[in-house]
Design a protein around this ligand. Structure first.
Ligand SMILES: [Mg+2]
Length: 248
């Protein structure tokens, strides 16, 4: 795979930049609340957003409120894998949250299985089984049963020792496509940087749109065409872009 580090836009009008957060911009931490935003990163992101005339968005599985706490100055973001959406600092129509009764039912069924942690968010429900990896098949069967029987269209996202049930209309690829239809992004080349299996939909989307897909890390097959080794390298690459002349 090609190293992305030397990639540079020919013109700042060419690129629209989409960045995953955990494992891409930020080093992974033992818990999601324990991540650290390096002190120089917000200024680099702001600088890049200005150079790109606003065509820069964060695309994360985190909920929008959590993204805003980490990056309060970022004006464009898709949260909860694109179920929540913010453009130009304003919340936009997203996908309705989970019906509480269905979430209650799934949580109760999962709670009966030892070693499963249920994480409820406004727009998704995650079943973590890091503490009991042999449970993978049981958990996947439960999740598939919920999707089959749900009156609301849902689908599964498989991550590392986690399966997440999200609204069928969500997904990082669709979030990127939705931004690309907005005036600040339209006509540009989408560039998406992500690390996890849930980012593969985003890679597929930008590949289809003639964009640039960049996978962070390694060790698994990916649709991405470019590579950066870790979040530290992503941050150095972004800082290098931000140091280019404005007329680049
Ligand atoms: Mg990530």
């Amino acid at each position: 795979m090609n190293d992305a580090f030397e990639l540079t836009p020919r013109d700042w009008k060419d690129w629209a930049l989409f960045l995953d957060i955990d494992g891409t911009l930020l080093d992974l931490a033992p818990t999601p609340d324990a991540v650290l935003v390096p002190s120089t990163l917000p200024a680099v992101l702001n600088g890049l957003s200005r150079r790109l005339s606003g065509a820069l968005a964060l695309i994360s599985g985190r909920e929008l409120a959590a993204i805003e706490r980490l990056f309060p100055e970022m004006r464009d973001a898709a949260g909860a894998h694109g179920a929540q959406w913010r453009l130009n600092g304003r919340g936009m129509d997203g996908i309705d949250g989970w019906p509480r009764s269905l979430a209650d039912e799934v949580a109760a069924r999962a709670a009966a299985i030892a070693g499963v942690l249920v994480e409820r968010k406004a727009c998704s429900l995650s079943l973590h089984y890091r503490d009991n990896l042999p449970l993978a098949d049981t958990i996947h069967a439960l999740a598939e049963d919920v999707v089959r029987r749900s009156p609301h269209p849902l689908r599964l996202l498989h991550g590392k020792a986690v399966v997440e049930l999200i609204p069928d209309a969500a997904g990082k690829g669709r979030a990127i496509e939705r931004f690309m239809a907005e005036p600040a992004y339209r006509g540009r080349i989408p560039v998406f940087v992500g690390d996890d299996v849930t980012d593969e939909e985003g890679f597929a989307s930008v590949n289809r749109l003639g964009g640039i897909s960049i996978h962070v890390g390694g060790g698994r097959p990916t649709a991405a065409r470019f590579h950066l080794s870790d979040p530290e390298t992503v941050r150095r690459w972004l800082a290098r872009l931000n140091d280019l002349p404005r007329g680049a």
